[in-house]
Design a binder for this molecule. Structure first.
Ligand code: PLP
Length: 439
């Protein structure tokens, strides 16, 4: 192996060097084009190389790129916080800006715990989550994540927070069927609360649509209403992890708007700056901030680059671009088109067991037997093989981890919201060629 210095995800793997990106395509230094059907890690929501964003970056860089948040505030950060509050379900949110989705969920976790501390409820410091979940890679965020592969190495250091059954209707972990189940998976939160004791629980965190840990798993109708009602009844805050789903991805600015629930806190990342700069946020409702405002008046968290003006200016430009090009609507319309195309592919191809998702956050799950829904053996490494084959063909798709509640191999298909129907047709054609060659 050639002597290298950059630590990459897999150390003995060859990664092509990227040269530039334009629209839904990325181009490497050999001139090969890749159709970015995963928006990177479900991030590049408006596509690559958008001039308006580059202009906004340059304009802000010409003023100031960095100030330290305990010394100054900045106009872009203030404007972005106001804009997010205006867009978020029910409004009245404060924003704590950070740099990654992991920091966003972990900040939300800390604020939820601090909320109860300021009220003198010192024992409320656990944050329950679902077994099929991913909330980030830092230790606090990983404690809330059920993602087996990412968690495994650090189990002795982690809290055991992912205890609640996921709303995974394709293979119900409770062996029930919707609607006869009466939303038993939501009621499983209440069972966990009663076992652990509400006096020990600060919050419950969940992804509106489960992403990396399950592959675009959409909960049944009424699920989040029931979850919020259970949380309210037991004085537990509800954190919606919108890192993957937020900012138009599912055909609503925030995925929680599909269920009409106003979370107490939200985590945002990825699509917030559409990959142009690192930017993420914990959004906090007024009533959660209230005891902190009356009490210590300071949130015990933060990072050197928190509320970075350069990143805030980029996020504002991304939100403007989305409004101008009506990308919330586009996610809905293009999402229906892509879903229909994938469903048609599933009809013709036995090993596709399920096609699901919301807006342009879709996934395809593979099974060795459609009737029994038996997954392929984990040892086959099917997800990796599909992703590698697709990559070779110039198509980027994203892995969804199986291993929890019977889930098997699945890939996420989540192209930029700017994708055209013709590009979707090519995407599906390349995916079909890929799966037919691998399976
Ligand atoms: N939460 C969710 C739902 C995610 O999908 C991710 C990343 O995939 C994270 C949190 C962590 O975000 P980041 O990788 O930016 O730290």
């Amino acid at each position: 192996m050639k002597r290298e210095h950059l630590i990459k995800p897999v150390l003995d793997h060859h990664y092509p060097t990227i040269q530039y990106g334009k629209g839904v395509y990325l181009y490497d230094d050999q001139g090969k084009a890749y159709l970015d059907a995963s928006s990177g890690a479900v991030t590049a929501g408006i596509g690559h190389g958008v001039q308006e964003i580059i202009d906004a970056m340059l304009e802000q860089a010409g003023k100031v790129s960095f100030v330290y948040r305990s010394q100054f505030t900045s106009e872009p950060a203030e404007r972005l916080a106001k804009k997010l509050s205006d867009l978020a379900p029910g409004g009245d949110y404060w924003s704590f800006f950070v740099n990654s989705g992991s920091e966003a969920t972990e900040t939300a976790m800390k604020i939820a715990i601090q909320h109860w501390q300021e009220k003198g409820r010192l024992g409320k410091n656990k944050v329950l989550s679902r077994r099929m979940s991913y909330h980030g890679i830092t230790m606090g965020a990983l404690s809330m994540s059920g993602h087996v592969l990412r968690r495994r190495r650090f189990i002795p250091l982690l809290e055991d927070f992912p205890v609640v059954a996921p709303p995974y209707c394709y293979r119900c972990p409770l062996n029930k069927t919707y609607p006869a189940c009466g939303l038993a998976c939501a009621d499983d939160l209440e069972t966990a609360i009663k076992r652990i004791g509400a006096e020990h629980i600060a919050a419950f965190i969940a992804e509106p649509v489960i992403g990396a840990a399950g592959g675009a798993v959409v909960p049944p109708e009424g699920y989040f209403k029931r979850i919020k009602e259970i949380c309210n009844r037991h004085e537990i805050l509800f954190i919606a992890d919108e890192v993957m789903t937020g900012i138009a991805r599912t055909g609503a600015m925030f995925a929680m708007q599909h269920s009409g629930v106003e979370p107490d806190l939200m985590a945002l990342g990825k699509g917030m700056s559409a990959g142009y700069t690192p930017m993420a946020a914990a959004l906090v409702k007024d009533h959660v901030m209230e005891p902190i405002l009356k009490g210590s008046k300071s949130i015990m968290s933060g990072h050197t680059y928190s509320a970075n003006p350069q990143s805030a200016a980029v996020s504002l430009a991304v939100l403007d671009y989305m409004e101008k090009h009506q990308l919330v609507e586009a996610a809905k319309v293009k999402g229906s088109y892509l879903l229909a195309r994938l469903e048609r592919l599933a009809e013709q191809f036995e090993p596709i067991g399920d096609v699901r998702g919301a807006g342009l956050l879709l996934a395809v799950e593979f099974v060795s037997d459609r009737i029994s829904k038996l997954p392929f053996p984990a040892g086959l490494g099917l997800t990796s093989r599909i992703i590698d084959k697709a990559f070779h063909k110039g198509l980027l798709v994203y892995p969804a981890a199986g291993g929890v509640d019977g889930a098997g191999d699945a890939v996420i298909v989540a192209p930029p919201l700017t994708i055209t129907e013709a590009e979707i047709d090519l995407l599906v054609q390349l995916l079909e060629e890929t799966v037919r060659e691998v399976l």
